[in-house]
Design a protein around this ligand. Structure first.
Ligand code: 5GP
Length: 193
């Protein structure tokens, strides 16, 4: 994958670490040419989610076809429950070709896969101070079954152990501060280009 005039930014971290809120806040407040790459998934849309904005919602068949065609920069079955997620190469390349800083909000496995193919990408790990806090957030959002919460916590523990592989790890305590810190961190990459 060619970065051309753009940059590839990965915001990753355990499920429930607040990374989607951070990404939304960055788009609203950070003065950099950021765009988010919309991932594909085979899971059902949650209430309020829109196709083409939150995700490209694909059937398992069309996901498999696009996988076979090599359309994904990375893809992964998340949580072992049969739902696939993937980053579409053409989404990313379109942004990079326009000189944008393309943000991927993906899980840790996906982030490490992209890092292998694009070593120059900027990797940021967002995490909460404890698994207890993460559990509280997952419960508060009321979208997950008990089994799903337990599974996500197990994955989160494993993911926390990977944070040294990222260029930056940022503790998310007050979300506005986190957004500012991520923005400042990214801005450093624009200073000498
Ligand atoms: P959710 O179902 O809650 O939207 O997302 C579940 C998990 O999948 C989150 O940790 C999210 O970051 C991750 N995810 C979303 N899109 C992608 C993707 O394109 N690739 C990978 N590897 N993970 C993704």
């Amino acid at each position: 994958m060619e970065l051309e005039n753009g940059k590839l930014v990965i915001i990753s971290g355990p499920s429930g670490s607040g990374k989607s809120t951070v990404v939304r806040g960055l788009l609203e407040t950070c003065d950099l040419p950021l765009v988010v790459s919309v991932s594909a998934t085979t899971r059902e849309p949650r209430e309020g989610e829109r196709d083409g904005f939150d995700y490209h919602f694909l059937s398992k068949e069309s996901f498999a076809e696009r996988f076979a065609a090599g359309d994904f920069l990375e893809s992964k079955e998340v949580f072992g429950r049969g739902h696939w997620y993937g980053t579409l190469r053409d989404e990313v390349q379109a942004g990079l070709s326009n000189g944008k800083w393309v943000v991927l909000e993906i899980d840790v496995g996906g982030a490490l896969a992209v890092l292998e193919e694009v070593p120059d990408c900027i990797t940021i790990f967002v995490y909460t101070s404890s698994l207890d806090e993460l559990e509280q957030r997952l419960r508060n959002r009321k979208t997950d079954s008990e089994a799903s919460i337990q599974r996500r916590l197990e994955v989160a523990q494993h993911e926390l152990d990977q944070r040294h592989k990222y260029k930056h790890a940022i503790l998310n305590q007050r979300v506005d501060d986190t957004i500012q810190e991520v923005c400042n961190t990214l801005a450093q990459y624009g200073e000498n280009t």
